[in-house]
Ligand binder design. Structure first.
Ligand code: 13P
Ligand code: SF4
Length: 350
């Protein structure tokens, strides 16, 4: 990256000192990760943000829903900054507050809302988290989805899982042993979600029809191809991948899990990784003694994660150092109250 920008980022951070705390998600560019005080998956970063009450500014190098969650979990004195406001998440955008309210009405009409517990993936807007908190549910991330579902099924007969159908299905079937037939998909673009009342009554998992545009592109063929190309390869994928991909893989887990798995892998072992490309490239560089390949060469970066680049980070840090707040992410008080209930439920999971 541009040495001049690196120098400016360093200088701005030094001027800010302890006033700023920079968080970097594992999918961020190398040039950004270099300036992160901590890196992590979405669960770790949510906890890390909450554990820094002395920092006036939390600069979140990640996507919008992560910055919102950090704002909810930090004190109102602290300001959460997203270096580029266009860093959203296509999956989070697949569930709007209106659509989810309508879905809840559909469940009520079918007579199942009272026995349904909402579980929402961290990758959702603050509005969806507030809906979840209002209805006694919990947030989950890819590293605690199993515990979240187990807890939810101790509270009710059914789970409405938002917005990632793949994480919901993979966790229900693989980790809880729920039969595939007991998972139905609610399509917000169809009347009644495209489901009959009877289907809703028979289902245990009601999956929102959302997906990640990056992980959704890994295919069963990509797993078969890499196994043919590299005999003995270990296929390690993120649970946002389709069920057929996850079923064909050797290991499944969050970004933090993927990193730990490779740290523990023996020298000389071969790995094909199905997650975002910035992380896979960094892992390959960090482990020259192992063969680490990207599961499918036709899949690329998460375009919104990549919007946070060094020029945006430098601009945000220099503005803050000059006393000017830019790109603050602030969740309104009512939304925050209910979203916090659901986030705190997650943090309290056994
Ligand atoms: P984790 O960091 O929780 O594994 O999530 C992956 C992701 O897609 C974040 O956007
Ligand atoms: Fe959203 Fe997928 Fe990008 Fe994560 S990788 S921010 S889920 S689009």
């Amino acid at each position: 990256s541009d040495p001049h920008l690196v120098e400016r980022a360093r200088a701005a951070k030094a001027r800010l000192g302890d006033k700023v705390f920079v968080l970097g998600h594992h999918y961020q560019r190398d040039e950004v990760i270099e300036f992160a005080d901590v890196t992590g998956d979405s669960f770790k970063l949510a906890r890390d943000a909450a554990a820094r009450p002395e920092a006036e500014y939390i600069v979140f190098c990640g996507v919008h829903f992560m910055a919102e969650s950090a704002d909810i979990l930090t004190s109102s004195r602290q300001q959460v900054i997203l270096p580029d406001l266009a860093a959203g998440c296509s999956m989070a955008d697949m569930a709007s507050a209106e659509q989810v309210a309508e879905c809840w009405d559909v469940l009520a009409d079918a007579g199942v809302a009272d026995v349904t517990v909402p579980v929402s993936y961290m990758n959702s807007s603050a509005d969806i988290k507030a809906f979840t908190g209002r209805h006694g549910g919990t947030i989950c991330t890819s590293s605690n989805a199993q515990r979240a579902l187990e807890w939810a099924f101790s509270q009710g007969e059914k789970v409405l899982f938002l917005p990632d159908q793949h994480l919901g299905r993979n966790t229900a079937v693989r980790d809880l042993g729920i039969p595939l037939e007991e998972c139905v998909v609610y399509n917000p673009h169809k009347p009644g979600g495209g489901l009959t009342a009877e289907q809703l009554r028979n289902a245990r998992m009601i999956l929102w029809r959302g997906h990640c545009s990056v992980h959704g592109r890994f295919s069963l063929e990509s797993v078969e191809d890499v196994r043919a190309r590299i005999p003995g390869v270990n296929v390690l994928v993120h649970p946002e991948c389709k069920h057929e991909v996850v079923s064909a893989a050797d290991h499944v887990g969050s970004t933090e899990y993927i990193i730990k798995m490779l740290d523990a892998a023996p020298a000389g072992s071969a790995w094909a990784i199905g997650t975002e490309l910035n992380l896979v490239r960094r892992l390959a560089k960090a482990h020259p003694d192992k063969q680490i390949v990207f599961l499918d060469k036709t899949v690329c970066f998460c375009s919104t994660m990549n919007r946070i680049d060094l020029p945006h980070l430098v601009w945000a840090l220099e503005s803050l150092a000059d006393g000017k707040t830019v790109n603050r992410i602030e969740v309104d008080a009512e939304t925050e109250h209910f979203a916090k209930l659901a986030l705190e439920q997650m943090l309290a999971l056994p």
